[in-house]
Design a protein around this ligand. Sequence first.
Ligand SMILES: Cc1cc2nc3c(=O)[nH]c(=O)nc-3n(C[C@H](O)[C@H](O)[C@H](O)COP(=O)(O)O)c2cc1C
Length: 300
Amino acid sequence: MKIFFAPMEGITDGILRQTHHRLFGSVDVYGLPFHKLTRSMSLLTREKRDIAPEENEGLSVLPQALTRDPQQLTAWMDHVKSCGYSRADLNLGCPSPTVTRRGRGSGMLRDLPALRVFLDRLFSDPLAVALSVKTRIGYESPEEWPEILGMLADYPFAHVTIHVRTAREQYTGGIHPEAFDLALRRGLPHPVYNGDLRTPEDVRALLARCPGTEAVMIGRGLLADPALARRIRGGAPAGTEELRAWYTALYEGWCGRFQATIALGRIKKLMEWPAGNDIKKARLLRRAGDIESCIAAVLG
Ligand SMILES: Cc1cc2nc3c(=O)[nH]c(=O)nc-3n(C[C@H](O)[C@H](O)[C@H](O)COP(=O)(O)O)c2cc1C
């Protein structure tokens, strides 16, 4: 089974991806956070850096775009190819109102006839790279899923990542694993399960229910436990020294790129995941003024 590290804007940058690969590995593909495409086709400095080959040396990565314009997507895929990559992903999942208001991300699921026109235009000529898609199971309601699923199955996507929530449900609302089962039953080529896989047991339960699962994508579970992919493959849990090395390397990597206060802010944001619902850890983490205090807050 393939494991994708989910793209997480503002968190899973090149420093995190490289550090994770070096210290923990066991992930097959690292998703790159989306590039918001514009008419001028100029990427932000951070987007340019994120997709640069040197940022991803030695990694298998999946660049991602957010757009509702097929020409923009085609031009961006040419750029992806020129950077040396052979695949790219279309985001139909982002639920942020600033994105959906412009009819992008999961906003594209609100108007399926327009989505079909977009996909027809996109696939009318050969694409520069293999294109996959990451989708929600509806905008308002899971009842929208069968129609969305039917439409996505009509196009030659390399794979389809299914975050088993609606856009309305954001990241913590109800979860609908049966939407993935339906994709398998309908024979959608190469579906990738995504949503709330936090432990090896969660993955085992998914495989028991859906033995045909070829691939999973994991985001927050890997932030909370960077050894999760290794554990899923039968390897050892992370030791304290390993976790200390992980947080220290991330902090030092971010310090080399940002001001120290920003690097500290980033590491604190990341460490909220391993701190979880532990109120004492969360309080100590909030008060921490340096990396050592952050590590002491979370690892004790
Ligand atoms: C802070 C944050 C940023 C995210 N950024 C992206 C993104 O750039 N592209 C994307 O497709 N999904 C993005 N997601 C969604 C995740 O990739 C993933 O689908 C979601 O967290 C559910 O998976 P999980 O339960 O394993 O975390 C983001 C999620 C969070 C919480």
